[in-house]
Design a protein around this ligand. Structure first.
Ligand code: NDP
Ligand code: MG
Length: 388
């Protein structure tokens, strides 16, 4: 088993987002354990430069198009664009890369991380959904570790380490139900993006918060668990757990259930990935079980049709998980801009999936081609819907 040498040199991709800021908060509190060697953002340049001022990285990368930066007396290298991000990942000496980029744009940086022989703390679930086989084969070839940051998969990762994958009959992913959880279905037809963005338990980026309310997020997480733990989709169950204390459960072959329970605070799974294979005190207050209620209930399929749509895509396999992810990403972005309604996200994704996606998925080029085709199809459907 690998040992940590301190300080562990880390690159944080998407440092200006919710995962990125939480990762930096851990570094702030455990500054002897980590050295931030690089940061990246897409367009939040001011925020990135503020982080650079505080954490003194060796490099930063801005992937989006920005106005020329004022000439600054800075001590770090500046990389630009997606090619710059790839170069930064390869050129800097680091032990681990945290991938907190949102959406399909996180795929290539994950693959480049593995190719550069660095361990990957992976929040970007889209990487696994789009290219699970490719990713894990590459990690095996380059002998790198991929540690999940997504709270459910972090829970399952540590539960399976304790119990062994062979003893597991079922994995149970918990879902908060998002902002719409306690609203009647009829109210959701004209719900606004602002209302959907009010997540009851988690403070996350916009895209995942919308996905949490449609449960596209949980469908993506079923696919993520399938690849991470090589478990059949049929043996992964989803339940609503409104409090978000139980991050996931395993059922072993004797019928027993084991759960990972903690406060809904992403700094716990992020820190566990950063310090892997060690577990260290987190120091953000432990959950007081005498004061908390824990309950579960089944998912209402009429409120969350995206869940079964995504699970069916996962079972069909091939191009379908990539298409589900791409169509959902396009539709969720349009919903955020109030161009379509909440349930249109499902309608657009369903209609995109209904196309005959018989493409072979043998290479990264195949994956990127399918992703592009599915996005175009979803956009056409949205244009057509808005014309009528
Ligand atoms: P945010 O939207 O908060 O942050 C996204 C980050 O990615 C920002 O730094 C953003 O830069 C950057 N970014 C956006 N677009 C691009 C692009 N095209 N190329 C490169 N970088 C880009 O997202 P979250 O932190 O919420 O989520 C990040 C990932 O982690 C997602 O895959 C999500 O599913 C996953 N995840 C998140 C959780 C959470 O608690 N937030 C929990 C579990 C998983 P800029 O700020 O400049 O726009
Ligand atoms: Mg999750």
């Amino acid at each position: 088993m690998k040992k940590n040498c301190h300080p562990k040199r880390i690159i944080i991709l998407g440092s200006t987002g919710s995962i990125g800021c939480n990762a930096l908060d851990i570094v702030r509190n455990k500054n002897k354990l980590f050295k931030v060697v690089a940061l990246s953002c897409h367009s939040a340049v001011k925020k990135l430069l503020g982080q650079a001022e505080e954490f003194k990285p060796e490099a930063v990368c801005i992937t989006g198009k920005t106005a020329p930066l004022p000439a600054a007396d800075c001590s770090y290298r500046l990389y630009k664009g997606t090619e710059g991000l790839t170069a930064m990942i390869h050129e800097l000496k680091a032990d681990m890369v945290v991938n907190g980029i949102a959406g399909a744009s996180g795929l290539l940086p994950s693959l480049e991380t593995i190719k550069s022989h660095k361990d990957l703390a992976l929040a970007n679930k889209e990487t696994v959904v789009m290219a699970g086989n490719l990713l894990f084969n590459l990690a095996k070839k380059h002998k790198t570790d991929i540690i999940p940051v997504d709270s459910e998969h972090s829970a399952l990762f540590f539960l399976t380490r304790n119990h062994g994958l062979n003893t597991i009959a079922e994995m149970i992913l918990t879902a908060s139900g998002g902002a719409v959880r306690d609203m009647p279905v009829e109210q959701l037809h004209d719900i606004t993006p602002a209302a959907v963005l009010r997540h009851p338990n988690w403070d996350m980026g916009a895209k995942i918060t919308i996905d949490s309310a449609t449960m596209a997020n949980k469908a993506l997480e079923v696919m993520e668990a399938h690849h991470f733990f090589k478990i059949d989709i049929a043996n992964i169950k989803v339940v609503i757990h409104p409090q978000s204390y139980v991050h996931s459960l395993i059922r072993t072959v004797d019928g027993s259930l084991y759960a990972q329970i903690s406060k809904p605070d992403m700094r716990i799974p992020i820190q566990n990935a950063l310090t892997y294979p060690e577990l260290l005190p987190v120091g953000h207050g432990e959950l007081d079980i005498e004061k908390c209620t824990i309950s579960f209930r089944p998912v209402d399929p009429t409120k969350y049709p995206m869940l079964s749509l995504g699970i069916n895509a996962a079972v069909t396999g091939g191009a379908y998980p990539i298409v589900f992810n791409a169509a959902n990403e396009v539709a969720a972005a349009c919903f955020l801009k109030s161009q379509i309604s909440f349930f249109d996200i499902t309608m657009i994704t369903e209609k995109t999936l209904a196309h005959n996606w018989i493409n072979l998925v043998n290479s990264l080029d195949d994956i990127l081609h399918i992703d592009k085709q599915a996005r175009n199809k979803a956009l056409q459907l949205i244009e057509r819907r808005n014309r009528t």
